[in-house]
Write a protein that binds this ligand. Structure first.
Ligand code: PHB
Length: 393
């Protein structure tokens, strides 16, 4: 029997249609690469913090064989320069141009607020691996917004409890004038004043300025029992050195949120020795989990890890727990958040859970600097949960 040309053409068209259908079914079963948008500072006073976060994140992804929930991870990077005025444009490069599945960032609270706003408006999944802006897991909380780090309120509150218990009465605070500084001091004041202390003076300078001299003179004149501070990165290195050079280290004890001495000890040298700080990580936890994390990190990056590396690592853990529950679909925020509500995150810092607002409920260690390490000397505040003021979830 002769087959007409039209029949052949029909069969050909049918064959093509089947091939296309099979291909699209396969695509549905094996979704494409998971696009991770890293929006971090790679220049400026927080540059080394951004690198540590990325290193930690990549370390966990490598442990998972380069895939999360079966999807190969592909990175898109933006240097946010810790500049809030560029943050909306920067985050839109990742959301609109690169069409990432998940945003990971940032370090600076002002930048993270702009990211949270964009994440809320676009529905893009966001995991904050450092910035403590209280609003991110407070008034701006959302089913698609998570934090692997802390809220600014937490380390401040933990150190206020410790200092009040020590019987310290009169304190001067000094920090950068922006959300992280203001909110850390606010958390500190809340517990310190509840415990009977008084903040006699609140000093500040604009971020990221490091002209501390005039303020150090004011501290010397005020003669407080102690100083409480928040600085981080390059600014923290200079502050600790200037505080010692001004002769204050011997006369007015300096206490801080632990960022003052995290990732900075090589550069601070002996000027940091003996300082007490509170943070959700320390260099001497000596647990099996932390030791293996530290060994791997040091082998891979030829660097010692710090709190930022841990937060990056745990951002990848949160992403993996959530996406395993949604079969790799980053848009299913209800299932993603249900999985995390039940989860315990096996962090190098110690296991933690996430609050209803998606902020870690975790221990804050009291640490003291010695031999270029932040040594754990006690617990400043156990299982401390941010009050998540303004969050309606
Ligand atoms: C912040 O801006 O929220 C911030 C920056 C650096 C830190 C901690 C918090 O080390």
């Amino acid at each position: 029997m002769k087959t007409s040309l039209t029949t052949l053409a029909r069969r050909g068209a049918l064959g093509l249609a089947f091939t296309a259908l099979a291909a699209s079914m396969a695509a549905a079963q094996t979704p494409g690469k998971l696009k991770v948008g890293l929006m971090l500072p790679y220049t400026g006073t927080f540059a080394s913090l951004g690198t540590a976060i990325e290193n930690g994140f990549r370390q966990h992804v490598a442990e998972l064989g380069g895939k999360i929930a079966g999807r190969e991870v592909e990175y898109f990077k933006v240097d946010d320069e810790s500049d809030p005025s560029k943050a909306t444009d920067n985050v839109n490069k990742l959301i609109k141009r690169d069409q990432v599945d998940v945003l990971v960032g940032s370090v600076h609270s002002g930048v993270a607020m702009a990211m949270a706003k964009a994440a809320k408006e676009s529905g893009t999944l966001l995991i904050v691996p450092n910035a403590g802006a209280d609003a991110v897991t407070g008034a701006m909380c959302a089913p698609n917004i998570y934090r692997s780090s802390f809220s600014n309120w937490q380390p401040g509150y933990a150190m206020g409890e410790v200092m009040a218990k020590k019987g310290i009465k009169k304190v001067v605070t000094i920090t950068w004038k922006y959300a992280a500084g203001d909110e850390t001091v606010r958390g500190f004041k809340e517990s310190f004043e509840k415990g009977g202390g008084t903040v006699v003076k609140e000093l500040s300078l604009p971020f990221p300025n490091v002209e501390f001299q005039g303020l150090l003179t004011e501290i010397a004149a005020a003669k407080p029992d102690a100083v409480f501070t928040f600085f981080a990165g390059g600014g923290a290195v200079k502050f600790v050195k200037d505080y010692a050079a001004a002769g204050l280290k011997k006369t007015v004890p300096l206490y801080a949120s632990g960022f003052l001495t995290d990732g900075t000890l090589e550069a601070q040298g002996a000027d940091a020795d003996g300082l007490f700080t509170a943070l959700h990580y320390a260099d001497s936890l000596d647990t099996k989990r932390d030791n293996s994390f530290r060994l791997n990190y040091a082998k891979t990056y030829k660097l010692q890890p710090d709190v930022y590396a841990v937060q990056g690592y745990d951002a990848a853990q949160i992403l993996s727990i959530g996406l395993n529950a949604t079969k790799g679909d980053a848009t299913k925020s209800a299932d993603f958040s249900a999985a995390l509500a039940k989860a315990t995150i096996d962090s190098p810092r110690g296991a933690f859970t996430l609050s209803k607002a998606h902020n870690p409920v975790q221990d804050f260690y009291l640490r003291q600097v010695g031999a270029k390490e932040n040594k754990k000397v006690g617990i400043a505040s156990a299982k401390l949960e941010d009050p998540a003021r303004g969050c309606k979830l």
